[in-house]
Design a protein around this ligand. Sequence first.
Ligand code: SME
Length: 166
Amino acid sequence: MAETTPDVRHLPKPAAYEEIVGACHATLEGITDPIAAMATMSALLHHGFGHLWTGFYRVVGPELLRVGPYQGTLGCLEIAFGKGVCGTSAKERRTVVVPDVHAFPGHITCDGRSRSEIVVPVFDAAMNLLAVLDIDSDKPDTFDDVDRKYLEELMTWFVRPLQPPT
Ligand code: SME
């Protein structure tokens, strides 16, 4: 298991992701519990990049997301598919990059300091939507195609036989 939580803010973005993704895989070796994976990824991404909020909203019912493992200030508890950035990503089953949250109609404000956001869908091996990964930044225009590429790749961790909830 990785012994420290790396800070990668000094690195160019691709190198930063290589280190964080590597730490995720190393820490999660032998683990098949999706909640443990969500918690571990949230911690490593959040502290690695110094984001404002990093975490998962899980699909818990028909067209309903509920907050899961996260790092940051209080997140709202439930989001319906189609609402806000998370609900849009869940409904359309695609990554949504928002350079300016104030320009996104229906953006849900959990922390007033949020300026930009990326939300990435999480699928299981059968292409069922399990969750979305939501990352918020206090700076505008933080996320781009590099974030999209590495985060979408990291989310393929969940495309494996997963331990059922206990
Ligand atoms: N901003 C999100 C809501 C979740 S919080 O930011 C943690 C949205 O519009 O879906």
